[in-house]
Design a protein around this ligand. Structure first.
Ligand code: SF4
Length: 609
């Protein structure tokens, strides 16, 4: 029966050089649909508590969803692993076309375990799977590696997922570069890949993805496209990409500025779509099959960094490498982001760590390296640190390349007070002091402080959730909203959708797409139900792997220091606010007051206690 699934996983054990396929069990489809759900379930089964994330016993999974490789708009791919940065469950998402190619090659996911004894890359050509020598690729950056692999295979349409020097050095926030301009950025998938001596995965697929009900599926696709076209949020994204959020965040006082000390930045316009439109952009770009096209291709045409090709500097990178470091020239920001992309470093973690280093130097907690002033606004200093972290150079490079949490602990003294992270994951570019619910979302996100697991900002600033008024500064009424957003996000991440698609496509349409593609009839609330199951499964995984619920908290700055500027000036999320939100959240989730899921909750969700 055609059902949009490829029907099998590809397992590769690098230690023993064993390659096998295995059918995807129906129970896994029933309970977890695909993507994040498959990954969370398989990770819990195959990685026991106590596993070192950088040991051969960790697994790295490239996962697709049932709609991957179909005409359903705005679909992406995900990587699932135990994070070397947080030591927790982690899923990291990437656009482009790599995930579609996995499906076309005939797999719902690629599951990699073990460690090769020398550097290798995988060449997957439909059913032909080969472990190839990568000695000549080791040490090369992501762009060069991808180009060399395509040249060796003599096919530049082959899709690649590659690590750079940062992944080879197992920097715990190293990313995986998918194609030349898409990244699975967060929480260190690149380091896990490096720990396996795996430089790259190259895939060519020639199969079709066949849906169960082609006519019904086309109708659902047409509805999805119409919903996207009618959404004002999507229109904004199409016109200005996520860069348009820089000025929005600045006006609302949520923009990280000088290591989150402030919520506004005088030169914000220079970093957003206005500045990027003037200095960088040449044309629009999109992931495969996406009508939104939030990306841009451009080039730096003037100034010191003239000559290199650039992508759009998306919001998180523009804010964390721009305002958070006090850098005003968007061409310099594009240059720094490109450097991270080539070395294979997550720009979000990097921006947060460099901001921490600059403030630490300002406060006398660390010395500036010889010949470098670690001052806010100093592009040369940021460039120096990126290079030092990416190559894990002795001294400051090695120290900071451990991540902001570990670096602050090692520096000691007051360093921990200015380290911005939750559970070890560096804070995203939405300062939560003006939107308390976002604070709760950071406190409780399954992979550490993450804005994508429950993005409350538009609801809180609009003052409305589910037809009821909410006060963005109050802790009241936030738990239910965060739980609902987290469940829906995890549920639709089984598809594996782009978050921006949810700005337009309704739950009913996602359910129609799923039903017509798979032949399994699904109601719109399936995503809430499966999402709740996943959220409890990842919570159980994290607790088993040593997470203390006391870590459901925020960085000290957001709790102790009132925001000095912007519309929420004077506000902080106090310990009392956190306690109110945390207690309502645990109760709403069916967890004990200690933050541990109750046995009845797990039983209801069909999770082994
Ligand atoms: S909205 Fe942007 S990131 Fe999402 S799939 Fe489309 S082009 Fe890719």
């Amino acid at each position: 029966m055609n059902n949009a699934y490829a029907g099998r996983f590809l397992f590769i054990d690098l230690t023993h050089r064993k390659i096998r396929t295995q059918p995807v069990p129906d129970t896994l489809k029933d309970l977890y649909i695909g993507g994040k759900g498959f990954g969370a379930s398989l990770l819990a089964e195959s990685v026991p508590p106590g596993t070192d994330p950088l040991s051969p016993d960790n697994v790295l999974m490239f996962m697709t969803g049932p709609l991957t490789g179909t005409a359903a708009p705005a679909m992406r791919g995900c990587v699932v692993f135990k994070s070397p940065l947080t030591h927790l469950f982690s899923d990291s998402y990437f656009g482009g076309s790599f995930s579609h190619e996995i499906k076309y090659a005939g797999y719902d996911g690629i599951i990699i375990s073990g460690r090769a004894d020398t550097p290798v890359y995988l060449w997957i050509d439909d059913d032909h799977v080969e472990i190839r020598d990568a000695a000549r690729l080791w040490g090369r950056d992501i762009l060069e590696t991808g180009a060399r692999i395509k040249s060796a295979i003599k096919d530049d349409t082959v899709k690649t997922a590659v690590i750079g020097p940062a992944g080879e050095h197992q920097v715990p926030f190293a990313l995986i570069g998918c194609e030349f301009n898409r990244q699975a950025g967060r929480a260190g998938g690149g380091a896990v890949m490096g720990s396996k001596n795996l430089k790259a995965v190259a895939v060519r697929g020639t199969r079709l993805v066949r849906v169960h009900d082609p006519r019904g599926f086309v109708r659902a696709c047409e509805t999805a496209l119409a919903e996207l076209a009618a959404s004002p949020d999507i229109q904004t994204l199409t016109q200005g990409g996520t860069a348009a959020s820089v000025e929005f965040a600045n006006e609302t006082g949520l923009l990280p500025s000088l290591n989150y000390q402030y919520g506004t930045f005088e030169k914000a316009a220079a970093l957003g779509d206005q500045g990027q439109g003037t200095h960088l952009w040449l044309g629009t770009n999109a992931c495969m099959g996406c009508p939104i096209g939030c990306a841009r291709i451009g080039a730096v045409r003037t100034g010191k960094y003239k000559g290199f090709v650039s992508d759009i500097v998306e919001y998180e990178s523009a804010a964390l490498m721009g305002s958070n470091l006090g850098i005003t020239d968007v061409r310099a920001v594009a240059h720094l982001v490109k450097l991270c992309d080539r070395l294979g470093l997550d720009t979000m973690s990097c921006g947060s760590i460099i901001g921490f280093a600059m403030e630490s130097a300002q406060k006398g907690l660390i010395p500036s390296p010889a010949g470098i002033d670690l001052d806010f606004g100093n592009v040369a200093a940021a460039q120096y640190l990126i290079d030092a972290m990416g190559h894990r150079k002795e001294g400051l490079g090695d120290l900071l390349s451990k991540g902001v949490k570990a670096a602050a602990l090692e520096i000691g003294g007051r360093a921990e007070e200015i380290a911005q992270h939750t559970k070890g994951l560096e804070t995203p570019a939405w300062g939560p002091r003006g939107v308390s619910g976002m604070g709760l979302a950071y406190m409780t996100a399954d992979r550490g402080g993450c804005h994508q697991r429950g993005f409350t900002v538009p609801h809180e600033l609009a003052g409305q959730w589910n037809g009821k008024k909410i006060d963005p500064l109050s802790p009241e009424g936030k738990a239910g909203m965060v739980i609902a957003l987290q469940n829906y996000s995890a549920g639709t991440d089984t598809l594996v959708k782009c978050d921006f698609g949810t700005f337009g496509i309704s739950a009913a349409t996602y359910a129609d797409l799923l039903s017509s593609a798979t032949g399994r009839q699904s109601a719109p609330d399936i995503f809430d139900q499966v999402g709740e199951r996943i959220w409890n499964l990842t919570r159980r995984f994290n607790l088993a792997h040593g997470m203390d619920p006391a870590q459901d908290t925020l960085p000290r700055r957001f709790v102790q220091e009132p925001l000095p500027d912007g519309p929420a000036r004077g506000h902080k999320i106090s310990e009392a606010d956190m306690a109110v939100m945390r207690s309502a959240y645990y109760a709403g989730r069916g967890w004990a007051s200690s933050g541990i899921p109750e046995p009845d909750t797990l039983k209801r969700l069909e999770i082994d206690p």
